[in-house]
Design a protein around this ligand. Structure first.
Ligand SMILES: N[C@@H](CCC(=O)N[C@@H](CS)C(=O)NCC(=O)O)C(=O)O
Length: 86
């Protein structure tokens, strides 16, 4: 299953959460508390050297960061991205 590392209080994470909800994509939300320094733990820095959220990890271990890139990946071939750019 897709794992999402994020903090719902972050706008960059919340917009990813909205896309997941709109498209009904099953996922595990791994809550990260920025103020408690959760993004600075060694285990997380191995996934994202800059210690930023959001980040997604697929079941086969592929990792993608940057909220806009994540949303584009999740929404590919869905109605959220129209075929006609106009
Ligand atoms: N351009 C990135 C920005 C990521 C970012 O700055 N995330 C913030 C939360 S909104 C963060 O991880 N802050 C924790 C920190 O800097 O330690 C994106 O759109 O995903």
């Amino acid at each position: 299953m897709l794992t999402v590392y994020g903090d719902i209080k972050s706008g960059n994470c919340y917009k990813v959460k909205l896309v997941l909800a709109l498209l009904g994509i099953p996922h595990h939300w791994h809550d990260m508390d920025i103020l408690q320094g959760d993004t600075q733990h060694d285990w997380y820095l191995q996934k994202h050297p800059f210690g930023k959220i959001p980040l997604i990890e697929t079941s086969n271990g592929q990792i993608l960061s940057e909220s806009n890139a994540i949303m584009g990946y999740l929404a590919e071939n869905s109605a959220l991205i129209p075929n006609d750019p106009k």
